[in-house]
Ligand binder design. Structure first.
Ligand SMILES: CC(C)(COP(=O)(O)OP(=O)(O)OC[C@H]1O[C@@H](n2cnc3c(N)ncnc32)[C@H](O)[C@@H]1OP(=O)(O)O)[C@@H](O)C(=O)NCCC(=O)NCCS
Length: 173
């Protein structure tokens, strides 16, 4: 059985923080600390949305967004290395954006390392395209690409999210 068959997608909770910090520590070159994630949990639903994906045993990925007016700023997406390239990143981002649109989101944006081909390719599937560069955005001096997807509240984008979410077997929480 594929891990994604029993995937549950739900909002981040206090009990998930250790698992999320562990995934983050092996996923990002400048990882967020556990306390940074804990701080996000303290913010309101108007400001933030964080979701996790869990199989029958454990949390295997997460994604989060900040809301500024109608803009959805995707802050982070990460998947446990052992289960990458099986569609979880796609499901989590689709779910994050679907819930963000339900919260009033109209456009999506994010920064990504210009060398992060896996993430750039994932985002390209969501029509998140490059509009500029933030020079030396990361602590090690690497530049960030700035990506945007406009009108994520349109019917055509809803259809794209439906297609990308591959939602069979996903239990909403
Ligand atoms: C980016 C990341 C979240 C993708 O998660 P994932 O579960 O492996 O991605 P998926 O299996 O859903 O892949 C969806 C699509 O993204 C693209 N993609 C994912 N990994 C890729 C890779 N290593 N190389 C090229 N394209 C890739 C492909 O188009 C893929 O579709 P396909 O498998 O049908 O070709 C994961 O690699 C990760 O956690 N990376 C470290 C954290 C990170 O860089 N996060 C982004 C910060 S901005």
């Amino acid at each position: 059985m594929n891990q994604l068959d029993s995937l549950q997608v739900r909002e981040l909770a206090e009990a998930d923080l250790d698992a999320v910090a562990e995934i983050e520590s092996v996923s990002n070159e400048s990882p967020w600390s556990r306390s940074l994630f804990a701080g996000e949990l303290a913010l309101s639903a108007e400001e933030r949305l964080w979701i996790v994906g869990a199989d029958a045993e454990r949390v295997i990925g997460f994604a989060g967004a900040m809301f500024v007016g109608g803009d959805v700023h995707v802050m982070n997406v990460a998947v446990t290395p052992a289960v990458r390239r099986r569609g979880l990143g796609r499901v989590l981002l689709a779910e994050l954006l679907r819930r963000s649109v339900a919260n009033g989101g109209r456009h999506a944006t994010l920064e990504v390392r210009e060398s992060n081909e896996a993430a750039i390719e994932l985002y390209r599937r969501f029509r998140l395209g490059p509009v500029g560069i933030r020079n030396s955005y990361y602590p090690d001096g690497e530049d960030a690409l700035i990506l945007w997807a406009h009108d994520i509240d349109s019917p055509s984008y809803a259809a794209l999210l439906q297609k990308l979410s591959g939602r069979s077997g996903v239990i909403d929480g």
